[in-house]
Design a protein around this ligand. Structure first.
Ligand SMILES: Nc1ncnc2c1ncn2[C@@H]1O[C@H](COP(=O)(O)OP(=O)(O)OP(=O)(O)O)[C@@H](O)[C@H]1O
Length: 330
């Protein structure tokens, strides 16, 4: 049995990092993709994790498969496309570590995952499935992703969904909204940013917006992440906020994914349906996830920036004893 199976994009992020002696632009390359980041976080928290997606039959695709395998993530559900290259994304970082993306706009491998390529055995043996909506703005991956989630849900999996709205919005806003709505209908656990909440409900107020979503979709558990301010959670009428950790952010790419991976890891540890989680358990889930998000924000990269379990526990212990952890820059 897998603790969590993540479905969706696995790609290479290119981040400009200055000019060479000859005046050429230099790039750092990092493995990423929101669901792949979540899978990496879970693997670093020692969870049995599988990944379902599609890469090109090229050097980038082979590198990405190796990255997942090195993390002990099961890649039996990772399909190699003959017809399209691996997805590439270009990341721009501002001076506060906030980033924006642009994508190589041809049809790429992850958009072409088809229903018949799904590894049904993995999906039927997953306690939780996690997916986002970026690849869902393109057929056939949209249909395949939804089919995968429905199959896992029918076999008893809890469904986790992160709209990952920004890139999807840039590409095809109407289709993105339809797909997000479909995702929200299926999900037991939803993680949103304030920006996504505003787009979907017309308000960025976490209490108000989460109530609207819960009423519309019956979502059992909602997290609204608030950047450095931490996270608001709602499970029915049970609501609360947990403040963020004080860190110096270097690159917030993947902070939300680290949050999701950590939250799912702790929810899996609770060993009960999300509907049955009590306040104390929810607060512990969010504290752990906030710490994971904060640590991911202190380093560059996406998959590579996912923290290890020991680091989070060390940070939380220091916070408990009132000390500040001085992290060594790697
Ligand atoms: N600058 C920061 N300082 C402290 N904690 C942070 C910071 N940025 C993010 N976090 C932690 O990570 C969590 C997720 O970050 P954020 O709210 O930016 O999500 P997001 O916008 O979905 O992220 P992403 O940019 O990966 O999509 C926050 O709830 C918080 O706990």
């Amino acid at each position: 049995m897998y603790d969590v199976t993540a479905i969706g994009e696995l790609l290479i992020d290119f981040t400009p990092c200055g000019l060479s002696d000859k005046g050429n632009v230099c790039f750092e390359t990092n493995p990423g993709g929101a669901p792949a980041n979540v899978a990496a976080a879970l693997a670093r928290f020692n969870k049995k994790t599988a990944f379902i997606g599609k890469v090109g039959d090229d050097a980038f695709g082979r590198f990405l498969a190796q990255v997942l395998q090195n993390l002990q993530i099961d890649t039996a559900g990772l399909v190699v496309a003959e017809e399209a290259p691996t997805t590439l994304a270009f990341v721009h970082l501002d001076e506060r570590g906030e980033r924006s993306f642009s994508f190589y706009r041809r049809m790429t491998a992850d958009m072409l995952l088809s229903e018949r390529e799904l590894n049904k055995d993995i999906l039927a043996h997953s306690r939780i499935v996690h997916f986002g909506s970026v690849s869902m703005t393109h057929e056939p991956a949209a249909g395949a992703t939804l089919a995968a989630v429905r199959l896992a849900k029918d076999c008893g999996a809890a469904v986790s969904f992160d709209p990952n709205l920004r890139p999807a919005l840039w590409e095809r806003p109407e289709q993105a909204k339809r797909m997000i709505t479909e995702g929200l209908r299926l999900a037991d656990i939803v993680k949103l940013s304030e920006e996504e909440l505003l787009f979907l409900t017309g308000t960025a107020d976490a209490a108000e917006g989460s109530a609207i979503l819960q009423e519309s979709f019956g979502t059992p558990l909602l997290f609204v992440t608030l950047g450095s301010a931490g996270c608001f959670y709602r499970k029915g009428d049970l609501t609360g906020s947990v403040g963020g950790c004080k860190v110096t952010a270097v690159d917030t790419t993947g902070a939300g994914d680290a949050f999701v991976g950590a939250a799912l890891s702790r929810i899996a540890d609770c060993g009960k349906p999300v509907q049955d989680l009590e306040r104390e358990e929810l607060e512990a889930v969010v504290r752990f996830a906030n710490t994971a998000g904060a640590l991911a924000a202190t380093r560059k990269g996406a998959i590579d920036s996912m923290p290890y379990l020991e680091e989070i526990e060390q940070w939380m212990n220091k916070e408990r004893t009132g000390e500040r952890l001085i992290r060594e820059e790697s």
